[in-house]
Ligand binder design. Structure first.
Ligand SMILES: [Zn+2]
Length: 71
């Protein structure tokens, strides 16, 4: 199973898919997305910056259509 980085973005209770991502330095969840780039593999790479300490991080997300193979 490849459930490494699946986010439940199809549920109405989760408007933001990056709810489980926090800053590794200060632990806050106030991250600002500075760049979004779709990769050729189908994933979405997003660069985020912490609004508190300025720590930069990169996340790789899967679009909802590729997460569920059998619906
Ligand atoms: Zn931070």
């Amino acid at each position: 199973m490849d459930d490494a980085f699946q986010v439940p973005s199809g549920t109405p209770q989760a408007p933001k898919p990056e709810r489980g991502i926090a800053c590794p330095r200060c632990g806050c969840c106030h991250l600002r997305t500075t760049h979004t780039e779709p990769l050729p593999s189908g994933r979405i790479r997003r660069r985020k910056v912490c609004r508190h300490c300025g720590r930069r991080m990169v996340t790789y997300e899967l679009p909802p259509r590729l997460v569920g193979p059998d619906r």
